[in-house]
Design a protein around this ligand. Structure first.
Ligand code: PMP
Length: 362
């Protein structure tokens, strides 16, 4: 539609237009129920059908094995930084962290309150532009789990494959690349993601956890952070973020209708390639600092050789209805987030703008 912008925000982020239209059409009266999803009892049959369908569609999308639970929680991925050690560790259990960006670093610092995390690799000295080689990692054989952030939203660094933890338990923050490509869930003990980048509005946090890991929380664990409480109650222990879960369900339906995550990945690869190519072929006018093999398909950070032009770039792009291109305040430069819902046309328009901007300012 003409009045919509191309929203390159890192999250909350662009949602599929078809999903917004569908939600609009059902907003006032959901499927003849006489009420909006926002007004429904979370224990009524209507909402139960919504949350059950959302879960089963997500299970299909990611081929989630039956020995994994899917939890729809609140508090954002940030709450999981604490919930994970509270549920998986007994103080002072050792845990290993690979930190490839500022989200992993935050998770590491929060975990330190509830277990004994060791930073076995950090990309900080190289400004978070790399993923380590897995062979050289010095893992603690007694670590309860190995934590990674699968895609660093700010730095644009993405794991393309995964390290094998010494004790068999890998934990991943997939907030910013959740459902952007197929993932072999069985490689992980736990996957978590805030919804507000690829699969819905903020307010929903999804946890996928191997069932045998549930039920061993530290005694001090608040009920709201205890996976057993939520698993035993099918994410309905207290009032869940009903409308957000409904929106996630619409997104899952849409991803399945596109042919599933293998098809979605193809589109994401294509979009990312034309953007990275434009950067790499700009003769240094634009630059992406991230090592090529680990560049994110979702978040594309880049700088301008003439840094003084960055504000102008953002301003002119906004005039052409491409918004939220300013990089994170901690790193500066630009960042284009091109999640599942960003159409190819949006990336093509950005690339055309970048070339034109360069021609005018080189
Ligand atoms: N992890 C990653 C990778 C993120 O991108 C974010 C949010 N930008 C967070 C964690 C924190 O998520 P929330 O704001 O939902 O707590």
């Amino acid at each position: 539609a003409q009045d919509r912008v191309f929203n390159f925000a890192a999250g909350p982020a662009i949602l599929p237009e078809s999903v917004l239209r569908k939600a609009e059409s059902e907003l006032y009266n959901w499927r003849g129920s006489g009420m909006s999803v926002m007004e429904m009892s979370h224990r009524g049959k209507e909402f139960l059908s919504i949350i059950q369908k959302a879960e089963s569609d997500l299970r299909s999308l990611l081929s989630i094995p039956s020995d994994y639970a899917v939890l729809f929680l609140q508090g954002g991925a940030t709450t999981q930084f604490a919930a994970i050690p509270l549920n998986l560790c007994v103080q002072p259990d050792p845990v290993d962290f690979i930190v490839t960006g500022s989200w992993g670093d935050k998770a590491f610092k929060e975990a330190a309150k509830y277990c004994k995390p060791t930073l076995i690799w950090s990309g900080k000295s190289e400004k978070y532009t790399k993923i380590p080689s897995f062979d050289d990692l010095e893992q603690n054989p007694h670590a309860k789990y190995l934590h990674i952030c699968a895609n660093e939203t700010i730095h644009g660094v993405e794991f393309k494959n995964y390290p094998t933890p010494k004790n068999g338990l890998l934990v991943a923050d997939m907030s910013s690349n959740f459902c952007s490509k197929p993932v072999d869930v069985s490689k992980f003990g736990l996957i978590y993601a805030g919804a507000q980048k690829n699969v819905g509005p903020s307010g929903v946090t999804i946890v996928i956890i191997r069932k045998d890991l549930i039920g061993k929380a530290q005694e001090i664990t608040p009920v709201m952070l205890d996976y057993k409480i939520h698993a035993d109650n099918n994410s309905l222990y207290n009032t869940p973020p009903c409308y957000g879960i409904y929106m996630c369900g619409l997104v899952f339906e849409d991803l399945l209708a596109q042919g599933g995550l293998a098809e979605v990945e193809k589109k994401n690869v294509k979009k990312a390639k034309i953007l990275y190519d434009a950067i790499d072929e700009s003769k240094g006018f634009y630059r992406c600092p991230v090592e090529k093999s680990v560049r994110s398909l979702m978040n594309v950070p880049f700088t301008l050789e003439k840094a003084e032009l960055e504000a102008e770039f953002v301003k002119e792009a906004a005039k052409e209805k491409m918004v939220q291109l300013k990089g994170h305040r901690s790193v500066g430069g630009m960042r284009a987030s091109i999640y599942n819902a960003m159409p190819l046309a949006g990336v093509e328009k950005l690339v055309a703008f970048m070339k034109d901007f360069q021609a005018r300012h080189a």
